[in-house]
Write a protein that binds this ligand. Structure first.
Ligand code: ARG
Length: 460
């Protein structure tokens, strides 16, 4: 058993179960890279203010880089009795470089150290996640352009409402992701401050330069208050909240993909490589990827609640409770990143069954509103027009005929203002083309919206 770095005042060894119960190294070793970077910045700062000599700084740098290589080569021996990633690395440094290794922790505590590590870690992960998000958005915008003219039924209450273009539907998804990106960007900006120098809670007696270590780590500056610095985990909660919402969006997309790939809808096909089969039913091709992502929202929402509950009622400043922040946060990061990756890979491979979506839009009287608008154009008040079209639909249901399949005589039973030009508005193409305004479903508007969406990506 290695001697505890904090063992001075203790007169008996830690209970073995307590040791395992309180250790975090099994999961916080994931922070090693950022822990080493934080230590390098702290050591450089100590050397700048004269607490470490240039020679000592060099030894620490070399030692920490060797440790990084050991960890990356899988040669590092993680020890549970050294509790966490921070003490494991520090103990190894001292093993390697001797007494200088023991100086690294001057003017620092694990409390400001871990708060720094998590911020650095999350900042990097947000960059990766935003990259996947961007790739998914590019795929959506491409698909929107490809299917700008493809007509499908638009739904409210999952009942056929009005015809829309498939591209317009894709750009609706893109808007959700655009807001997700904004939330992640905000979160990144707020988290990007350096707790280093807060030490345990009250700051330190050394002549430290907090701005310098913050600069070295690419933070926008040091945190304002030492007590808040070591206890704040708002950034983890904020990130998880943004992740919950992003996963909610992916779950909504997933629900639609699952419906659309069913035999009953058959709107789209997913390539085999994103699907799996059944061990008993030979005919099956299941949309596992979207289904799984729909299911994974549950764990992310759960982690958000875990983190909120973890923080409620915590008195200032650091409490061991905070060690419980890592597993939920890591799982939120992994789940969101992998779900976005799966979606970004899948999106360009989606093929649309245009004949089927068009046929579906022909059913369910999707152009009924267009007929009402037509009658308004002929001078009827909208409410009367609504009534006329309602009667036409009732007739259509009875006769099993869509509005566009009725003859002029049939339509004129309900209003003699109807003329031959009605058939221009009763077609699907006429219906979507007529919604020709900013944010509308007309193919030309979809193409313009796709250009704007692309320009926003480029301006990030
Ligand atoms: N493993 C700890 C954590 O995750 C590091 C900080 C421990 N600080 C302490 N005073 N026990 O939060």
């Amino acid at each position: 058993n290695p001697i505890k770095p904090w063992g001075g005042r203790f007169s008996e060894a830690t209970d073995q179960f307590v040791e395992r119960f309180t250790a975090s190294v099994s999961f916080d070793q994931r922070l090693y890279h950022h822990d080493i970077n934080g230590s390098l910045a702290h050591a450089a700062m100590l050397a700048k203010v004269g607490v470490l000599s240039p020679g000592e700084l060099q030894q620490i740098k070399d030692g920490l880089e060797e440790i990084r290589s050991e960890i990356e080569a899988g040669e590092f021996n993680w020890s549970v009795s050294l509790e966490d990633v921070h003490m494991n690395i520090e103990a190894r440094l001292t093993e390697k470089i001797g007494i200088t290794g023991k100086k690294l922790h001057t003017g620092r505590s694990r409390n400001d150290q871990v708060a720094t590590d998590i911020r650095l870690y999350l900042r990097d992960e947000i960059a990766v996640i935003c990259g996947e998000l961007q790739r998914l958005q590019e795929g959506l915008i491409d698909l929107a352009r490809r299917e700008a003219n493809t007509i499908m039924p638009g739904f409210t209450h999952l009942q056929t409402a009005q015809p829309v273009t498939f591209g317009h539907h894709m750009l609706a998804w893109n808007e959700m992701l655009e807001r997700d990106f904004g939330r992640l960007r905000d979160c990144r900006e707020r988290l990007n401050v350096s707790p280093l120098g807060a030490a345990a809670l009250a700051g330190t007696t050394y002549p430290i330069d907090r701005h310098y270590s913050a600069d070295l780590l690419g933070f926008s500056g040091p945190t304002e208050n030492s007590l808040d610095s070591v206890s704040d985990r708002d950034f983890a909660i904020e990130f998880s909240a943004a992740a919950s919402l992003a996963m909610t969006h992916l779950s909504r997309f997933s629900e639609e993909l699952v419906l659309w790939t069913s035999a009953q809808f058959n709107f789209i096909d997913l390539p085999d490589r994103f699907c799996t089969g059944s061990s008993i039913m030979p005919q099956k091709k299941n949309p596992d990827v979207p289904e799984l992502i729909r299911g994974k929202v549950g764990r992310v929402n759960g982690h958000l609640i875990s983190l909120l509950t973890l923080m409620k009622s915590q008195p200032l400043a650091y409490n061991k409770d905070n060690q419980e922040d890592k597993e939920p946060l890591f799982d939120v990061v992994d789940t969101l990143r992998d779900s976005l990756k799966a979606y970004a890979d899948m999106m360009p491979a989606i093929t649309v069954n245009e004949a089927v979506t068009r046929e579906a839009a022909l059913r369910g009287f999707s152009t009924a509103t267009d007929l009402a608008d037509y009658l308004v154009g002929k001078g009827l008040p909208f409410r009367d027009a609504h009534e006329v079209v309602g009667k036409s639909v009732a007739y259509g249901i009875e006769q099993s005929k869509d509005l566009s399949q009725m003859s002029l005589e049939e339509l004129r039973q309900f209003s003699d203002t109807i003329e031959e030009d009605v058939f221009d508005v009763l077609t699907l193409e006429g219906s979507v083309a007529a919604r020709d305004h900013y944010g509308g479903t007309a193919p030309s508007q979809v193409l313009a919206a796709a250009d704007r969406a692309e320009a926003r990506l480029a301006a990030r």
